[in-house]
Design a protein around this ligand. Structure first.
Ligand SMILES: [Zn+2]
Length: 483
């Protein structure tokens, strides 16, 4: 980071990201490589994400439960694709209490197996279904190239696991949760997302089909921000999750799993941040309004602080998250920069003249400079601020959408794809083959993001050809550089 602040994004985007995460006090690296210390400001942001998701899960009939951190190695090995996919990332406990274990224990990388084991004990009849459970937990996937929030060896997340009597119900659940993630991203994080199906190569190890929401970051790279998997009967067969149907016949359940993690914090930083630092959407910002008192003499200080504590009470009563920056020995200018860097959506300045005239100055983080600054009456201040917070939230979503849409392009040749993915996402008719995907990644560093649901609705695949390999296309797919 430089003396003045964060490294400009145009100079070094990855350095900019690290600067913002560290200077805004979100997180820090831990003694064990790849692990992360989430600091209070970063954790408050995560708590906002948790609250927004948890509310939506419960409104759709899900309940929270908790399953163990340790999983017997034999569990992970039961589903063939699952172990193949996760083996390279597993952390394994071989010794406990000074003794070697007969069977090693895996620190959970995800909980399909241990939850599948429990469901097999719980589910007996169609009357026990559906089972709709979510767990808030930490998981461990050993990470070779860690990045704070985006890729860490241990991360926090929620994982939903459901069991159903029919395929139709399980597929419906998979899509319902994908929609919930998209709704959360759009209405709380102010991030536009593309919902789509992952390619066979990119799907979850053990799933029949995986779906994701993909968000565009400030450097046009993609971030997979939430996933929802239709697991078919794969885990039900591996763990014997069976039920007697209405005809008294024994059937295997259909299961799903879905998750969103602390990655989303990194997504918010990169989707909205600018060269001044973080910009937080009001719905999730730990502090929505920061009040900076301005005075020169002690007399002025008393009258200013008196007015501020009255306004603060009014805002708190209205449910607005407010912080008063009464730190001594720092200039107002320093404080302005500091809170801009920390991404607080709205700043209120109050000086002796404002007290006298019954006004306050409000400055928006989403519109810097004169255009985002206004003097307002102290009367009805909570209503004024609530209105502005909604405007800021909407404007941030509009800005992110405009940026993203300007960087989404159709490509009809491989050369066009190569050009587009240097600064955007390319949509092509794709064959879906592993070799073709691998070739594109090798030659352009762009990976298959998804087959977007919306774009594929009206797309006629008959006669469509993959411009990379010339084989028949199975649908339209986005390719992009990704985290
Ligand atoms: Zn191809």
């Amino acid at each position: 980071m430089t003396e003045q602040g964060v490294t400009p994004r145009s100079e070094d985007y990855s350095r900019w990201y690290n600067d913002v995460v560290k200077m805004a006090d979100l997180a820090d690296y831990a003694p064990v490589r790849g692990c992360m210390i989430i600091k209070p400001y970063g954790y408050e942001l995560w708590e906002g994400i948790q609250a927004g998701l948890d509310r939506r899960f419960k409104a759709t009939g899900h309940k929270n439960a908790y399953f163990p951190l340790f999983i017997p190695m034999s569990f992970i090995e039961k589903e063939a694709e699952h172990i193949e996919g996760f083996a390279p990332e597993l952390a394994v406990v071989t010794h406990v209490g000074g003794k070697k274990l007969d069977e090693p224990l895996v620190v959970r990388p995800t909980s399909e197996t241990v939850i599948g084991h429990a469901y097999a004990q719980w589910i007996h009849s169609y009357r026990d279904l559906p089972v709709l459970i979510n767990q808030w937990a930490n998981v461990v996937r050993w990470e070779m190239r860690p990045r704070l929030f985006l890729r860490t060896t241990e991360f926090l997340w929620q994982e939903g696991h459901t069991a159903h009597a029919t395929k139709v119900e399980a597929v419906e659940e998979t899509m319902r949760m994908l929609d919930i993630y998209a709704d959360f991203a759009v209405s709380e994080a102010a991030i536009p997302v593309i919902k789509g199906r992952k390619s066979t190569q990119e799907k979850f190890a053990g799933a029949e089909a995986s779906y994701s929401i993909e968000a565009m970051m400030g450097n046009t790279w993609a971030l997979q921000s939430g996933t929802s998997h239709y697991l078919g009967q794969n885990f039900a067969k591996a763990f014997d999750i069976k039920f007697l149907d209405e005809e008294n016949e024994l059937q295997y359940c259909y299961t799903t799993s879905w998750g969103m993690s602390t990655r989303m914090v990194g997504g918010i930083v990169m989707a909205h941040g600018d060269d001044k630092g973080l910009r937080l959407p009001p719905r999730l910002a730990p502090i929505q309004v920061v009040i900076v008192p301005i005075w020169r003499s002690n007399d002025q200080k008393d009258t200013v602080m008196e007015a501020i504590s009255r306004l603060q009470r009014e805002l708190v009563d209205a449910g607005i998250r407010v912080h008063v920056d009464s730190r001594e020995g720092l200039t107002p200018g320093f404080k302005f920069n500091d809170w801009e860097m920390r991404g607080v959506p709205l700043r209120m300045e109050i000086g002796p003249r404002d007290v006298q005239s019954g006004t306050a100055v409000l400055a928006r983080r989403d519109i810097l400079g004169k255009d985002g600054k206004q003097s307002v009456s102290q009367d009805g201040i909570a209503e004024t601020i609530n209105g502005l917070l909604v405007e800021i939230q909407d404007n941030m979503f509009a800005q992110a959408t405009e940026f993203r849409d300007a960087h989404l392009h159709r490509a009809s040749t491989y050369d066009e794809l190569k050009e587009i993915v240097t600064d955007g996402w390319a949509l092509i008719p794709h064959c879906g083959s592993a070799e073709c995907e691998a070739r594109i990644k090798e030659e352009t560093k762009a990976s298959s993001r998804c087959f977007p649901l919306e774009e594929n609705k009206d797309f006629d695949v008959s006669g469509a050809v993959c411009p990379v390999c010339g084989k028949p296309a199975v649908g339209l797919a986005y390719f992009a550089r990704a985290y």
